[in-house]
Design a protein around this ligand. Structure first.
Ligand code: SF4
Length: 271
């Protein structure tokens, strides 16, 4: 059996619960949706489109107000684009309003951070708003693929700052904590970047949209860890597709107070 192409998400799924990996990537059962998933997609698209805006009519006096208005309009538009997916969740209007407002708060928080960075850069070139806007705009949603390690993934943003390369992922998580699964995701990005460009990015990190940007300096150990983890998964998923070879890992992530694993009904971990 050939190694399947993995991703940071599939690798972390396997590490959390091999049976969940099996349902998702081997049996390919239909995946459930959730407001967190849909809202995450909406927030990502909003930020992605932000960098495509035309700022030719912005001035030094009104750019701050315009950036704020623009991000709000973009979120409204994206919320509309996802209407079908939001409707399919059958949430009450109150709940939907709550999530909309929460997402608005996140993208405004992000915009405040962007404005700070933009204003800082503008000090070096006060007459060139558009030029500065392009300078601080990252490369977005770039697909990276390692032929050697059979893994791929989309990087939310690659920014170039003071001659450094920064890889950034956007997250809507409640806790602004670069936990192990996120460290592994970033390490895999680091490895794929190095394989493609022949050099490591300088930093990797996460913009927690409710909070702030957190960056880590990259190290060769990150790449080593990424390779080891990828090889461990291939060593398992590359030799068997038998359900019984994918053990259930029964933890509080199977069912919690307000939700459950999307495969809970088919898996029946507690019966
Ligand atoms: S319900 Fe629990 S054991 Fe079953 S697939 Fe989901 S996480 Fe794994």
């Amino acid at each position: 059996m050939a190694n399947r192409i993995e991703s940071p998400s599939s690798i972390n799924t396997f590490k959390q619960c091999p049976r969940k990996y099996y349902y998702t990537y081997v049996e390919k059962l239909p995946r459930g949706s959730s407001i967190h998933l849909v809202r995450g997609n909406i927030a990502h698209s909003t930020l992605e489109y932000f960098y495509d805006i035309d700022i030719s009519k912005y001035t030094n006096d009104d750019f701050e107000k315009n950036f704020h208005q623009t991000i709000q309009k973009l979120l409204f538009n994206q919320w509309g684009e996802y209407k079908e997916k939001l409707d399919a969740l059958h949430l009450s209007n109150d709940k939907l309003r709550f999530y909309f407002e929460e997402t608005m708060m996140m993208v405004i928080n992000w915009t405040n951070h962007f404005i700070k960075e933009f204003t800082e850069e503008l000090k070096n070139n006060p007459a060139a708003l558009e030029e500065v806007f392009h300078k601080v705009s990252p490369v977005r949603e770039m697909e990276y693929k390692s032929e050697e390690h059979k893994v791929r993934g989309f990087i939310d943003a690659i920014a170039y700052k003071n001659n450094e390369v920064h890889i950034i992922d956007y997250k809507t998580n409640k806790k602004p904590q670069i936990k192990d699964s996120i460290k592994l995701q970033l390490a895999i990005y680091c490895m794929m970047y190095k394989e493609k460009h022949g050099k490591m990015p300088d930093k990797v990190g996460v913009f927690f949209l409710r909070n702030n940007l957190q960056m880590l300096k990259t190290t060769p150990e990150m790449v080593t860890r990424a390779k080891e983890e990828i090889e461990l998964i291939h060593a398992h998923t590359g030799i068997t597709e038998l359900k019984t070879d994918y053990q259930r890992n029964i933890t509080p992530l199977c069912k919690w107070k307000t939700g459950q694993c999307e495969f809970y009904e088919v898996c029946k971990p507690h019966s």
